[in-house]
Design a protein around this ligand. Sequence first.
Ligand code: ZN
Length: 420
Amino acid sequence: MSELKHATIDVAVRARWIWTGQGEPLRDGVIQVENNRITGVSPWNDFQGNGDQIRDLGDCCLLPGFINAHTHLEFSDLTTPIAAGKNFAEWILRVIQHRMFSANLTGVPAEQAAQERHRRGAQEAIRCGTALALNVVHGTSPRGVAGLFEVPFAELMDTTDLRCQQTWRSARSMMRECLRSAGQDENLMANLGIGLSPHAPYTTTGRLVRQTVERCRRFHLPIMMHLAETREEIEWIENGSGPLQEMLEMMVGPVGNSTADRLPLHGYVDTIVQAPKTLLIHGNYLDHDSIQTLARHRKTAVVVFCPRTHQHFRHAAYPLERMLEQGVRVLLGTDSRASNPDLSIWDEARKVAQEFTSIRPEQILRMITADAAEFLGLERSFGFLRPNAPAIINAVPCSSVSADTVLEEIFHSQTKPVRL
Ligand SMILES: [Zn+2]
């Protein structure tokens, strides 16, 4: 974990600027840390601590640890993204192939290889300043990695509706495993809970999505689902045809595929927003009705935009400004290394700042800190630099002389944040 975690003495970190997660950056501030917890954030002039314990970082801005609202750490062995291919179905098949090969060709037991891929992704996320990651878990429940808090989402897939019992059996065992890991490792997932993730419309049935929402309501779990990601998916939802239908027929045959049990796009949205907390992933091609519904449910539902994955597939322009204007809450995610060059949530935020210049830098930064924490109900521990929160602090070089320009400057700096 961070240097601060292992500090045997209490530490005070001074910097030219501190952005605590809300409001204007604090000029010439200091953060006090005891036993790996923040005990105070104040202007330097008000600081009463012991001078021997001060680390003066000078020209930089301190930020809260970041929150990645959507990733799949299982693909973290990939060094480059899987090529987009001629359509999305082709990319999906390549991802499935990779999953099978990486499980079988490494020469180590599949379980161990999966843990290693997860560990590698978690360590990369930590290096990129991530404090908390919402991670989709497929098959094997990962062991926690010190330094990264995680909320695992058990992935559910069933394209035939014939394996419903089996799907739920494996989901239950994944959830039990995740809870067991959480119980065993106080550093990691304890108290953060777990979630359920029906993968996407074309890999689930309407029945499975409805059942998942029922279980989420019964057990107070969040739901996460990829939706309105590609034009191929919209074609499949509307007509039950196109490359994704061809892929399904190839994989499960013409009998028993799930086209008969698909919902309209806004039907999926209407269903999943009934869960206690809903994370709709991507939403690249959401229609007007769906956006309105998400805006009405903004207290309990978010859209997670994955900017560099969006770029990887060369999608149509993302309707970010329109969604925000309508009142939709938007967070950011990296998605996985299968569609993204790395797992830096900071670089996702920077990309938004570069492409959407009408959106204020503070609003973008909140998407990976305060807004994400508040949505998850974890704002006492994450998203803010405030007393009692774990001392997960990022530092970005910044010599700005005015509070008005600090956040703009750090987004346009080429320097990566350093997690203290
Ligand atoms: Zn994803």
